[in-house]
Design a protein around this ligand. Sequence first.
Ligand code: C2E
Ligand code: MG
Ligand code: MG
Length: 730
Amino acid sequence: MIGKGALRKRIITSLCMLAILCCVVISSIVSNAESDEYLIVGVPTDRCPMFYFDEDAGIITGIGADLMTAAAKEAGYIAVFRVLEEKNLKDALDNPGYDVIMPFGSAITSSSGNPSVVSDNLIQTPFTLVTVNQSNLPDMHELRVGMLSSLGGAAETVRQLYPGIEITLYDSMPECVDALRAGKVDALLHNSYVWSYVLQKPTYDDLKVQPAAMFTMDFRVGALDTEKGREIIERLNTGIDTLSDTQKQAVVLDHTSRKLYKYDLEDYIHEYGLFILVGILILVIFNIIVIMKQKALHAKHEETVKQLVDRDPLTGVLSMNGFRKRVVELLTQHPDIPYMISYNNIRDFKYINDNLGKEAGDELLKFWASKSLEVMSDEEAIGRIEGDHFVVLRSIGGSEKMNADEAQVFDLVRNYFIDRGKEVRVQMCSGVYVVMQEDYKNPDVDHMLDCARVAEKKVRDTVKDGYQFYNPSQWEKGKWISDVVGHLRVAIRKSELQVWYQPQVDFETGEVTGAEALCRWNHTKLGWIPPSEFIPALEDAGSIYELDCYVWERVCQDLHRWNEQGIHRSVSVNVSRCDIHDNKDIVAYFCDLLRKYELTADQLKIEITETAYVQDSEILISITKGLRKFGFQVEMDDFGSGYSSLNMLKEVPVDRIKMDLRFLTGDGCGEKGRIIIECMIYMANRLGIKLIAEGVETIEQAQMLKELGCPEMQGYYFYKPLSVDEFEKI
Ligand code: C2E
Ligand code: MG
Ligand code: MG
């Protein structure tokens, strides 16, 4: 048994021993911390595997770093590595932020001129020359070598070893390599361990190691030659002494065998460029295909929606909405086509549905739509706007087309059930609105349909079956235009069109000096039509060029014939403003005609009306110049009849003005008219432009013109336009 006193004694003794133990542990920790000093070591990190930054571990490491850590530890230091901020060791020596710097081959002087001290050699490092496929290197003493500026210390050692060697320092390895490739240096010099790493870079595969030119260099720690510097170096030397060769080899092996070159972006591009390119291409193509497919899908979807909105699902023709849009489109695109809009309705369609069934009614509507579509062109439109109400935009083709429609569409619909053995005759009411000139400019489809519907209602209220026009006079006009315009080609072929000549005379001598070619049309259906009617209609329809080409050709044929008969005549032909728009190279066209019919340019005079010069002045001035260049005489027709400005004469380079006397007809034209004519003649004379008066109807007019100095004349007083036969007789 232990007594109470003895127990207390034991506890106190144990506590004292625990306290002593704690003191020993704490003091040992404290003394340890005090004995290991931190040593700031400045090193480069662009030199794998000697010094580099291990991104995974977040520390500076490498052969040099590991050897230094080991030596420092033996010397009682904890080495703390800092990346050298300076470009070279000489500058770095002057930075008090580092205790020591690495690596040194030998002692060097700092940039500010202070000497340095270096430690014992940590390891003997091999240095190797690298070239671009160059095997016959000059002697080391004559070599031009490139090195990194951070190897400035080593460079100095090399200079001492090989006097005469020319060393250029570059800031980075790529710069070194560029200089080597450009032939600025014969070789690059660097630590072999570093080469073993750097040369793994794929883009450096043209660089070759020169094993014959290898030498070793010391690898030392350096500091400024100060008391502190010397002390550190001395202390470090004790640590360096303890490092065994095996230890050093292990460090080298560790970093050279484990540290594989890490590819950067450039390497990946160099190595896998083709794959990357193909990959990108595939990706781009894939994206394009996807986008196109999406677009096509979207377009298809839109088309479907449009179809649903714009099409009538039963018959496949347009819906009201679609019809409205299409009509606006067509009228805007084809202002030259005369159109009509019809509103068509089946009488008592409800009776058909009730008695023959809804399906029969639907079949009838589909039949009507399909028969209509068969006779229609792309420039026409048909829509079903409700039940049995069809609306149609059709170009006016005269009575013949109307009759054809009756036979090919309406009669077939009327007899639809009869032809299928049922005693039901379909009756149809149609109202027609002829599209007016103003409708083309601003198409109001609803208004036009309303008008057509009014006409349709009249049919419904008065007769059982048939059609009526809302605006019959317009229809007559449209029919006339269609008979003229639509018939032009046939008319040319059937020689309904003739060229007549109106002689031009010199009133002083009485001589015929020329003639104007004027077109005459003896229409099979309409009889003789005056040019004042068919020329504007053809101009509106865009067909005048066809007529004019025919006229010009005929005139040239006549001139050629007369030439062969030994009569050299000259004829003025009319050129419409529209011709110039239809053939941009009208000058070449006339030149070709001369060549084809062996004529001279003075035989074909070109008349261009004054209004054309006002409306298209720029282009006409250039054409006039072009024509005159080839010797044609250009005449300004109808001068004084339009809204020309006298100023225009200044710019338009015409040879002759045709003064229109008809502008003087009417009341109060006596004396004032004479004054105007006098002034015009005076002005033309002063401008050096020739003059001819047209529309001379009386001897008084002729006398006056002669007195005022304009002897050239054309008009009924002398000759009316004559057929070729008559003209040849004079
Ligand atoms: P324009 O070129 O000024 O032709 C002269 C017009 O005046 C002709 O009318 C002619 O018959 C008429 N005329 C001649 N002397 C007199 C007269 O003393 N008094 C009156 N009141 N009239 C006279 P036409 O042949 O009816 O031609 C009318 C217009 O049609 C021409 O005017 C011309 O601009 C155009 N034209 C005629 N043929 C052609 C053609 O082949 N091509 C083109 N583009 N236009 C033509
Ligand atoms: Mg004329
Ligand atoms: Mg004229």
